[in-house]
Write a protein that binds this ligand. Structure first.
Ligand code: NDP
Length: 282
């Protein structure tokens, strides 16, 4: 109780000292959101739209993107464009950035959020799947970040990386997914140092999320864990606010920060809780 209480007080202190979010700053902002056909990405598209941003959305399913873009326009987006792309394909990350730069005339926010589907199961040696998932969940992120960097630099822009508690704290059944999120945290953490040392204009926000109630996540964990799931629309809004206020990190929900610290401070206790938070019998 004492540990939880101290963590909560620390969280409130960080929250109170954080820069305040001004929704007006997003009016007319030029934003790219990946993985925006569904889930958290779709919700981010709707928030940006209601703040009056100009957005490009991408994912693989063109028809679904078209429907999301139409809804964005009805919510108040100044522009809502879409481009279908498969991030497992080597040229598609560049194609998406080129499209956004050409259509919007530059980028203020690049929100990298997509993930390829991955099984929720014990790892049985499928190296090929892990290699492919690294391509989709990691290599496409660094490719897009690099391609967009010059424009972000020109516009004092922001890179927003959607990561996971599983990128800080390993967990069973998701070894390939977890490895892609650890890679993102390592790469973009290092890049943030380099940009700061170069006195760059570009901010990097890394967002650590706990369980969020998107369809794809819930269908995997519904029957195996009682860990509470938080609403996608609220997660999406928190990610947007973190990017707009140029903060380095988001932990959503708040206690994910405590869990990440517990992993380092009390490893055996964490192992016990992690392994016992799933219904599993061999
Ligand atoms: P979803 O599975 O709901 O959405 C994934 C998105 O990525 C979809 O738009 C999908 O669209 C797109 N996508 C899938 N494969 C590809 C591909 N090969 N190329 C391009 N786009 C692709 O994910 P969530 O909304 O649940 O998660 C969003 C982010 O939040 C992810 O980065 C995830 O790691 C993170 N997160 C989520 C948590 C959760 O509990 N939901 C917890 C922690 C982090 P399409 O099929 O049309 O291509």
């Amino acid at each position: 109780k004492i540990i939880l209480g101290s963590l909560f007080v620390a969280y409130l202190a960080v929250k109170w000292t954080a820069p305040s979010f001004n929704a007006e700053s997003l009016r007319g902002a030029r934003v790219l959101v990946t993985g925006a056909s569904t889930g958290i990405g779709e919700q981010m598209a709707y928030h940006y739209a209601s703040f009056g941003a100009q957005i490009v959305i991408t994912a693989r399913r063109e028809k679904v993107l078209q429907q999301v873009a139409e809804k964005c326009l009805s919510l108040g987006a100044q522009r809502a464009l879409y481009i279908a792309a498969d991030m497992g394909n080597e040229s598609d990350p560049d194609k998406v950035i080129d499209f956004a730069l050409e259509k919007l005339g530059g980028l203020d926010y690049v929100v990298l959020n997509h993930i390829g589907p991955s099984p929720f199961s014990m790892w049985e040696g499928d190296v090929e799947h892990t290699r492919w998932l690294m391509k989709v969940n990691f290599f496409s992120y660094i490719q897009m970040a690099w391609k967009a960097m010059a424009s972000l630099e020109q516009n004092k822009g922001s890179l927003v990386i959607v990561s996971s508690l599983l990128g800080k704290m390993p967990s069973p059944f998701v070894a390939p997914y977890s490895s892609t999120k650890f890679a993102l945290n390592g790469f973009f953490g290092a890049l943030r140092h380099e940009l700061a040392m170069k006195k760059s204009n570009v901010s990097i926000s890394i967002c650590t999320l706990g369980l969020i109630d998107t369809e794809s996540a819930m269908e995997k964990v519904r029957d195996v864990t009682n860990v509470p799931a938080y609403p996608a629309t609220d997660a999406a809004l928190n990610i947007i606010m973190t990017g707009a206020t140029r903060q380095h990190e988001l932990f959503y929900p708040w206690f994910t920060h405590g869990l990440a610290l517990t992993e380092d401070w009390f490893p055996s206790l964490t192992d016990y809780f992690v392994q016992n938070s799933y219904n599993y019998s061999p």
